[in-house]
Design a protein around this ligand. Structure first.
Ligand code: JHZ
Length: 396
């Protein structure tokens, strides 16, 4: 049974960066109610009423996975580990974005699946790309007349597809006998632990746990046999899944993870009600801090026009009363306006200058990389603000 535990209010689509602040483009903006539920039967946490994917993954998709050095390096390392461990001959990625993962493999051994046409166009110059949504029809189109794949990789994508049944059935169809499916997504335990409620936005239909993935795989001819904890995006889990009758056996670290998650109450609704209370507190504290800084006439901006900060800005009602603008390195976000609150987005070269007193870490998941890069800002007395795991001004 699904129980609603968190209400983040009216939200725009996280990818709907506005090209202009004109009345007509504001009128066209789509809002939905963002609430989050826990299924007491299979322990799956999901958005209560997901948005239609056709509205989300368009030919104007802004996010470029290769925009941060941290992720470029992480994908390179993951590719090497998977090559060493599974020696795959044919690799398919579901949600290949700008090809940051697949470029680490020989061109002829990869298949990319990417429904956002602007991104698919980028990768189709490099390797075989299917510019479609992942579903049964596509799985049949690809694998009806060719050998099944021995590695399916999908980072930050399976959690984005509402129809989990068809997703897994199509994967089951496409995998070879000992083929492996690798899923990587933000972990529920990290979200709860670090109070990162901004991991909930329209695209994150699910925030998975080992408990939930285990229950889902069971329903198909699939089994979760291993798991890795990784630092990506504030704490993610990498799930290793195969056919039920494959040669792979359940690992000790998977057994341990299931135990840890149970000890952390990820199978108990009370954990989520407590989390929801902490989220309300976080909002109050952030607004209180911003108000007090504005009283002192400080200039505050936001660093990184992330999808996550769409949730923060719209839930906490943060507009140009508090933040002058947002900086972001992504070319096709610059010159646009943030969804819902319409803060201007500019390049760091233009906006991250000596006039800034405080910068809210919209991209808190890249804290290390950013603090390193912006050492001179900190040296001259500039400060970063974060809300993860608690609202605070970072000393250094
Ligand atoms: P980042 C997107 O979410 C959407 P977002 C998606 N749904 C998802 O799941 C995750 O990615 C994986 C900028 N930046 O990765 C670049 C700087 O400006 O946290 C990016 O626009 N300066 C697919 O948007 C943004 O911040 C920097 O120094 O929440 C980071 O976005 C760095 C490091 C980044 O994902």
């Amino acid at each position: 049974m699904k129980k609603k535990f968190l209400n983040l209010g009216k939200q725009p689509l996280a990818n709907s960066f506005l090209s202009s602040k004109s009345k007509s483009s504001k009128q066209k903006e789509f809002f939905y109610n963002l609430s989050v539920s826990f299924d007491t039967k299979n322990y799956l946490v999901s958005i209560t009423n997901p948005v239609n994917p056709k509205m989300q993954y368009t030919d104007k998709y802004a996010h470029r996975a290769s925009e941060s050095k941290t992720m470029r390096n992480a994908f390179k390392k993951t590719a090497k580990n998977l090559r060493d461990k599974y020696s795959p001959k044919l690799i398919m990625e579901i949600g290949s974005n700008d090809g940051v993962f697949l470029k680490n493999f020989p061109k002829k051994s990869v298949i990319a699946v990417e429904p956002c046409k602007n991104l698919a166009k980028l990768t189709s110059k490099k390797f075989k790309t299917y510019p479609y949504f992942w579903d049964k029809k596509l799985a049949k189109k690809i694998f009806n007349n060719q050998k099944k794949t021995d590695l399916i990789f999908s980072a930050n994508t399976i959690s984005h597809i509402p129809n989990i049944k068809e997703t897994f059935q199509s994967i089951e169809y496409s995998l070879s006998e000992n083929g492996v499916l690798i899923i990587e997504d933000p972990s529920l335990r990290s979200v709860i632990k670090s109070n990162s409620y901004d991991q909930f936005y329209d695209e994150h239909v699910y925030v998975f746990s080992a408990l939930a993935i285990n229950n889902i795989a069971e329903k198909y001819d699939l089994k979760l046999f291993d798991i890795e904890e990784v630092e990506n995006h504030g704490g993610s889990l990498r799930y290793h899944i195969s056919k039920k009758k494959s040669k792979y056996r359940e690992s000790i670290r998977l057994k341990k993870m299931i135990k840890i998650e149970k000890n952390n109450g990820l199978n108990n609704i009370k954990t989520f009600y407590n989390f929801a209370n902490r989220v309300k507190k976080s909002k109050k504290e952030l607004i209180k801090m911003l108000k007090s800084l504005k009283k002192k006439n400080k200039k505050i901006i936001s660093y990184g026009a992330t999808y996550k900060s769409t949730t923060v800005f719209n839930y906490c009602n943060i507009d140009n009363k508090y933040f002058d603008y947002v900086t972001d390195t992504t070319l096709n976000k610059q010159g646009k306006y943030t969804p819902g609150k319409h803060l201007p987005i500019m390049s760091p070269e233009e906006g991250f200058n000596s006039s800034v007193d405080y910068a809210f870490l919209g991209a808190w998941n890249f804290k290390k990389e950013i603090l390193n890069k912006e050492a001179s800002y900190i040296k001259r007395g500039g400060r970063f603000i974060t809300h993860v795991p608690t609202v605070k001004i970072l000393k250094k």
